[in-house]
Write a protein that binds this ligand. Structure first.
Ligand SMILES: Cc1cc2nc3c(=O)[nH]c(=O)nc-3n(C[C@H](O)[C@H](O)[C@H](O)COP(=O)(O)O)c2cc1C
Length: 274
């Protein structure tokens, strides 16, 4: 059966590295496929209004491309998600989409387990910043099965293909997407593979799965405690239940909140731009 591959292109740049490398990977699939592409920065994705309506089962008041994007992800058999690094992070479109992530719960049963490859393109050696973390949060929040999270240095549009190692990488990623293998990150978080951590007094907290680990004298990563964030849909829905309870709690203490904020309500002058 023909597989639907969805390439989510996080770069506004036509024929840029994100777009070209997704296409390159697709040339190495040894199965029938349709490659569909979405240039994410072209989408109209509005900020979350923080109304918690979707959590309570109501439609989102923001009428934009968010739900169509999620419906398209549901239709895909596998995804390739690529971002350029902008100012030490992923393109802001991923954060915009993530900020609407309460809507993901409505699709989680269908997106869960879909295989994906994450790609981060950066132009300056070692200036990749936190970009891979954002793509991992995006993928894990949709329950996607991350087969590989890869960082590739390439500055000029399409320059990624100058390098033979990158071309080999494209072949490897094409093989891996629907296989039972993963490219594990041997130095990242021992729970989820993310390489961006928060340092605490005695160890590290992963900024994606929030697992707690230490590194012993021999450089081995020692798992201390799981973060409890990532898991199958039933597990993720527990967090939605918790959010629902927060809404109830808010309604209970609303009077108290109104009273305590009232002296500050009219303080300051808002500057608004037309
Ligand atoms: C606004 C802007 C900010 C950037 N910031 C970074 C950066 O922080 N670190 C880095 O290594 N490259 C940075 N770059 C370079 C891009 O990540 C690089 O050119 C990448 O290949 C772009 O992917 P694309 O060809 O798919 O657009 C930046 C580029 C732009 C336009």
């Amino acid at each position: 059966m023909t597989k639907e591959i969805l390439g989510l292109v996080g770069s506004p740049r036509k024929n840029g590295n994100c777009e070209i490398f997704i296409k390159e990977i697709s040339t190495h699939f040894d199965f029938a496929h349709n490659l569909k592409l979405i240039r994410l920065p072209e989408l109209n994705i509005m900020p979350c209004s923080a109304c918690y309506g979707c959590i309570m089962g109501n439609p989102c008041p923001n009428k934009d491309h968010m739900e169509r994007l999620l419906e398209t992800i549901v239709k895909a058999d596998g995804l390739i998600v690529a971002t350029p690094v902008y100012y030490f992070g992923a393109h802001s479109i991923f954060k915009r989409i993530l900020d609407r992530g309460f809507l993901f719960y409505n699709y989680l049963n269908e997106t869960y387990g879909k295989p994906c490859i994450l790609l981060n393109f950066y132009g300056i050696k070692d200036r990749i910043g936190v970009s891979p973390q954002t793509l991992m949060v995006f993928a894990y929040s949709l329950g996607l099965d991350i087969k590989a999270s890869v960082n590739i240095e390439a500055a000029l549009p399409g320059e990624v293909l100058f390098n033979e190692t990158n071309k080999e990488k494209a072949k490897e990623l094409a093989r891996i997407l629907f296989s039972d293998k993963k490219i594990e990150n041997s130095f990242g978080c021992p729970f989820c593979g993310c390489e961006i951590v928060r340092i605490i007094e005695e160890g590290f907290i992963c900024t994606v799965c929030h697992g707690y680990f230490k590194i012993d004298r021999n450089g081995r990563r020692i798992k201390i405690k799981e973060g409890g964030i990532i898991g199958p849909p039933e597990h993720m829905f527990l967090h939605r239940d918790w959010l629902k309870e927060m809404k109830q709690r808010f309604l209970k203490v609303k009077k108290q909140i109104v009273k305590s904020i009232s002296p500050l309500k009219d303080k300051g002058e808002w500057i608004r731009f037309d």
